[in-house]
Design a protein around this ligand. Structure first.
Ligand code: ZN
Ligand code: FE
Length: 258
């Protein structure tokens, strides 16, 4: 058995800025970082845990997800960087999109790249069974804003994620869960899974614990953006029997002002 396989993989959040999480995956000696918006907290964590940096995975081009890349590269010049093929970056990287795979043999992991246009046009996720790094596409009980894509693109991107195995752990990059839950309860006040999630999330947040990762099964039960055919949501909107895409458009727009 090779040395790195003896350690169980761990995935921990590094808080950054006001509400970002930079996810760190490690095997006890080597680490992969997802969406490093800031270098300082990443370097501090790597030093503290005596980890070297093998790779950086980037989901999209927003500054709060890539702001730390150049500084990290200065410290760890051997780190491989993967970033969306259909976006422009001023650091050296491997451009990836569907149907590419990012192989990380040191961790025993192969990540499939999933194209998720919507929040940005080139946005991608990295998926390996039971691990989903989904950037700003899927949030706890919510979804990302439409900065570049159309509602239809985002709707289809979320559908792709909803079709992954329900046991998938969802590593989102922002702590928006509680606010999203309150919005979701406005649409589905009688959803008992949602009420339970609010209780659980409040408990975590009062203890300054992250609400993430969540699981796809929890998102399917509580995230209104994955529940656009739900009768209670339709009833709350009072727009009649509109199609799921129209439900999505309407609630995404409402959430912008919530
Ligand atoms: Zn973003
Ligand atoms: Fe972001």
């Amino acid at each position: 058995m090779i040395e790195s396989m003896q350690h169980k993989l761990q995935i921990i959040p590094i808080p950054a800025f006001k509400d970002n999480y930079i996810w760190l995956l490690h095997n006890g000696t080597k680490a992969v970082i997802v969406d490093p918006g800031d270098a300082a907290p990443v370097i501090a964590t790597l030093n503290q845990l005596s980890l070297s940096l093998s790779a950086i995975l980037v989901t999209h081009h927003h500054h709060d997800h890539i702001g730390g890349v150049s500084t990290l590269l200065k410290h760890y010049s051997n780190a491989a960087i993967y970033a969306p093929r259909y976006e422009n970056y001023n650091f050296k990287h491997h451009p990836v999109s569907e149907p590419n795979t990012v192989s990380l043999p040191e961790f025993g992991l192969d990540f499939s790249v999933i194209d998720l246009p919507g929040h940005t046009l080139g946005h991608i996720a990295y998926y390996s069974p039971d691990i989903l790094f989904c950037g700003d596409t899927l949030f706890g009980a919510g979804c990302g804003r439409l900065f570049e894509g159309t509602p239809e693109q985002m709707f289809n991107s979320l559908k792709k994620l909803a079709d992954l195995p329900p046991t998938t752990k969802v590593y989102c990059t922002h702590e928006y869960t509680l606010h999203n839950i309150n919005f979701a309860l406005f649409l589905e006040p009688n959803n008992t899974d949602l009420l339970q999630r609010k209780y659980d999330t409040e408990k975590l947040r009062h203890a300054s614990e992250p609400s993430l990762p969540s699981t796809l099964i929890l998102e399917l039960a509580t995230n209104p953006f994955l529940r656009c055919t739900n009768p209670e949501i339709l009833l709350s909107l009072q727009l009649g029997n509109i199609p799921p895409l129209e439900v999505f458009k309407t609630i995404r727009e409402m959430r912008n002002h919530y």
